[in-house]
Design a protein. Structure first.
Length: 189
């Protein structure tokens, strides 16, 4: 499958790109400024799917996720690309059952970051695309185990974590799985 990976230069995105290529996908990283000019539209054209690992960092603008999701969705609509897999986080959704430690951690995350990520999720849900949201618990660089739980209604325990390798594998497995369309998957090991 021809797949554009947004956020492929670090962290989870780099793992997704590497694993996608190893699995035989024609995977390309997005090159350029997501918010400037037509670089995104050109990159999306001709793709069969987009995987976004866009997420906030210390120096990110406060509306990075929502603005980015909006730009990605618009480019996909223009290009006629239907399949979108986008990463979010276990702490973003208010309907996820968080254990005490995760509730305490979420209380420390700036409200603007959570609000931005919630707006991004809403844009994805309302996009009309064949979308899947992936909400991993705390990411680690540990070796992947090759299996995970993807139950949207699961409870997140206090020490829940998952390897980036496993999240990447779950995202790639969802690419051609219509059962994941319109789903928000809580990923943990």
């Amino acid at each position: 499958m021809r797949v554009l990976v947004i956020g492929a230069h670090h962290g989870l995105g780099a793992v997704v790109l590497r694993r996608a290529r190893a699995a035989g996908h024609d995977a390309a990283p997005f090159e350029g400024d997501l918010f400037a000019g037509e670089a995104l539209a050109r990159a999306v054209a001709g793709q069969e799917a987009v995987i976004s690992t866009l997420g906030p960092r210390r120096d990110s603008p406060p509306d990075l996720c929502a603005r980015g999701a909006g730009r990605i969705i618009a480019a996909m609509r223009t290009a006629g690309v239907r399949r979108l897999i986008s990463v979010s986080g276990a702490m973003v959704a208010e309907d996820v059952q968080l254990g005490l430690i995760y509730r305490l951690i979420r209380a420390q995350v700036p409200g603007a970051i959570l609000a931005d990520m919630r707006r991004a999720e809403a844009l994805v849900r309302d996009s009309g695309l064949d979308w899947t949201l992936v909400r991993p618990v705390r990411l680690t660089d540990a070796p992947g185990r090759g299996h995970w739980r993807a139950d949207p209604g699961a409870r997140v325990g206090g020490l829940a974590r998952i390897a980036r390798e496993d999240v990447a594998q779950a995202m790639l497995a969802a690419l051609d799985d219509p059962a994941t369309h319109g789903q928000a998957l809580l990923l943990q090991r």
